[in-house]
Design a protein around this ligand. Structure first.
Ligand code: 2NE
Length: 270
């Protein structure tokens, strides 16, 4: 793939090619742990990918072969979150989690090495996970004085079941890629040297399919877990499709033309 660099970032790399956007956490010296700046940049890049009509799928990954992401940067963890450049404590990764979840384009985690702690939650929140055969998965919260009781707990249980989710969180063990695929935590495992090739192949297969169908399916699958905000996403797509119809446009046109709307020609379908 001929990746073209995009944007101006310090903690991430951002590339585009062939309808694919790739966000790479670029802090390999700390196993791609994120600080607030890293998260702000991921939010900005994902927003760009969402708003770019040429992009149909997003890859989230980490620089190097040792880690996808090791979670929040413990060295700058303050009393109430992770300290940003001004010393303000923040947990802005929760905003990024929501953005992955609500992005109408599939987000694929491409995992080499460790996906640990808050990094593990990020891969879980992605629509698909392609793992290299050196990938290692797990939570560390109860060891390092943290936990994620949001999607990090409840969505994990949807993926792997209640017993396994409690094991992962209570024991803080690490799991290899074949264990992860067996428990439904990842979609497939490939040799490390084929990781990007295989991920891009999955992207190309998605890109060959109907973007509207995929958009509606993502929000439908989310709606099952996400309560009223999940229904809002699904319903937003229904509104968008209605706006695209002649029937929806008749209402707008009548208002703008200061006349009564005429919906008489539109069928009252069974
Ligand atoms: C990731 C892991 C298992 C890798 O182990 P290994 O042996 O391959 O590397 P090593 O030597 O531990 O790490 C290499 C360098 O990266 C730093 C280390 O401190 C070390 O730096 P130096 O000593 O060479 O200077 N590093 C690694 N992870 C870091 C981190 N998260 N923050 C800052 N520096 C880090 C092993 O390194 C590991 O277990 N890392 C910690 C994983 C962890 O506990 N993450 C936080 C979980 S809590 C969280 O993410 C969270 C949440 O629960 C809720 C909301 C938001 C965030």
């Amino acid at each position: 793939v001929n990746w073209i660099p995009s944007g101006d970032f310090t903690d991430i790399l951002y590339h585009k090619s062939e309808g694919i956007a790739k966000i790479t956490i670029n802090r390999p010296e700390v196993r791609n742990a994120f600080r607030p700046q890293t998260v702000d940049e991921m939010i900005a890049a994902l927003s760009d990918a969402r708003n770019d009509n040429s992009i149909g799928v997003v890859i989230l990954t980490g620089q190097g072969e040792k880690a996808f992401c090791s979670g929040g940067d413990q060295k700058i963890r303050g009393q109430a979150g992770y300290a940003d450049a001004k010393g303000v404590n923040r947990l802005n990764v929760l905003d990024f989690q929501r953005d992955i979840r609500t992005c109408p384009k599939p987000v694929i985690a491409m995992v080499a090495g460790y996906a640990i702690g808050g990094g593990h939650v990020l891969h879980m929140l992605c629509d698909l996970t392609i793992a290299a055969d050196n990938a290692i998965f797990g939570q560390t919260g109860p060891k390092v004085g943290s936990f994620d009781g949001g999607w990090g707990a409840s969505y994990m249980a949807r993926l792997v079941g209640q017993k396994k989710a409690r094991e992962i969180w209570f024991l803080c063990r690490q799991y290899n890629a074949s264990e992860a695929v067996a428990m439904g935590l990842v979609n497939t495992v490939v040799p490390l040297e084929r990781l990007e090739e295989e991920t891009v192949q999955w992207c190309r297969e998605i890109l060959a399919n109907s973007p509207l169908a995929i958009r509606c399916l993502k929000s439908a699958l989310n709606a099952d877990c996400d309560g009223q905000s999940g229904l809002q996403e699904l319903a937003g797509n229904a509104t968008m499709l209605y706006y695209m119809s002649e029937e929806g446009q008749e209402g707008r046109n009548a208002f703008v033309e200061k006349r009564k709307p005429d919906f008489s020609k539109f069928p009252k379908r069974p």
